[in-house]
Design a protein around this ligand. Structure first.
Ligand code: PHE
Length: 359
């Protein structure tokens, strides 16, 4: 075998043996690069006699073409093998869901609001809403709380600097009761609504936060009396706490927008240091209520001789704490993911009366 032949079979053998694109590139440089073996051989042509060049030229050029072709075909083979490997390993299952599962949880306040809507829907109530930025007519005046009334000061109201187009002072609603006014003004009785939502007062400690949640209840119909109010609250609280032994106590109280007014207490016992609702061992204040004041009905353009009703207002956060056992209200609004994972509800855990509203 001539030198050229053995050099050729040596280079071609190494190209064939290159295991990846990097190794192949190294072989290309060592054969065809500036200092490469084949390049060096081509350079020798210059110092040859014309006869030698005629004999050697085609052989050396032939070798270069052979090596170039071998590198190209090895490169194509390596690239095809790499593609095969990727196709085999980087599998993508198009039928998989976008995420492994839901990441967040439903906040207990949202859950309780859903439970309330479900329970009251069963009693024929629909859900009404109103703005959180209110004017003082809806939040106070129409509710029989005139400018000079001490109840205005008691509400620790957040006021805005500006007034609305009618010169009414703007504020963050201090209770959900303005939704009573908006509903009576905009709808014809009979009215059976609840209005859950955010409310604001300048107050902060373990049981008060500047933003909190209330649910308002309002019934306006003919011949409504206190008995309807008591039955409604009892039915609601038994369904909500999922206990038949819930006992209520109505205590005479005062709200400017109800007459008579009653504070409603619920009976509980203490078991292992925890409050358990039911029975009439001890009493805890739960909500405010009463018969809608005739002046309020009148302020909404209805005739109090024809239409009567009752209303109640209850803290939703309190309801959630009592049912699900949290003891610090502030944690509700910290947005701590660990708290939410512990107390939150799965997204598909929709409360229904048949499935249990506490599901
Ligand atoms: N709005 C009252 C409050 O926030 C509660 C209430 C509502 C009382 C309806 C009576 C009737 O304290």
């Amino acid at each position: 075998m001539s030198d050229l032949e053995s050099m050729s079979s040596d280079i071609l053998g190494r190209i064939e043996a290159a295991g990846d694109l990097g190794a192949l590139e190294a072989e290309r440089v060592s054969a065809l690069g500036k200092q490469g073996a084949v390049t060096q051989l081509l350079k020798t042509l210059g110092s040859m006699t014309p006869e030698q060049r005629q004999a050697e030229g085609p052989r050396i050029h032939g070798l270069r073409e052979q090596v170039t072709a071998a590198i190209a075909s090895r490169k194509a083979a390596l690239e095809a093998a790499e593609l095969e490997r990727k196709l085999a390993t980087e599998m993508l299952d198009m039928t998989l869901p976008v995420r492994a599962g839901p990441q967040g949880t439903v906040h207990p306040v949202s859950q309780v609001m859903d439970e309330l809507a479900e329970i009251f829907a069963d009693m024929g109530f629909s859900v009404a809403t109103g703005p959180e930025i209110e004017d003082d007519w809806h939040n106070f005046t129409a509710l029989n709380i005139p400018e000079s009334h001490p109840a205005r000061a008691m509400h620790d109201t957040f006021y805005f600097d500006r007034t609305d187009a009618d010169g009414r002072k703007m504020l963050l609603r201090t209770h959900t009761s303005p939704v009573q006014i908006r509903t009576m003004v905009n709808r014809k009785p009979p009215i059976y609504i609840i209005a859950p939502g955010r409310t604001y007062r300048s107050d902060s400690d373990a049981t008060h936060t500047p933003m909190f949640h209330q649910v308002e209840g309002l019934v306006i119909d003919r011949g409504i009396h206190l008995g309807h109010l008591k039955w409604t609250l009892e039915t609601f609280l038994k369904a909500y706490f999922e206990r038949d032994d819930i006992v209520l106590r109505l205590r005479p109280s005062y709200f400017p927008f109800t007459e008579p007014s009653a504070e409603v207490d619920v009976g509980y016992t203490v078991q292992d240091g925890r409050r358990v609702l039911g029975g009439s061992d001890k009493w805890m204040e739960l909500l405010g209520s009463g018969m809608v004041h005739p002046k309020v009905i009148e302020a909404c353009g209805l005739d109090p001789e024809e239409w009567q009703g009752f209303a109640f207002g209850c803290g939703i956060d309190r309801l959630a704490m009592l049912k699900y056992g949290m003891d610090d209200l502030r944690a509700f609004f910290d947005g701590d993911i660990r708290w939410l994972k512990h107390y939150g509800f799965a997204a598909l855990d929709v409360p229904t009366l048949s499935g249990g509203v506490g599901a």
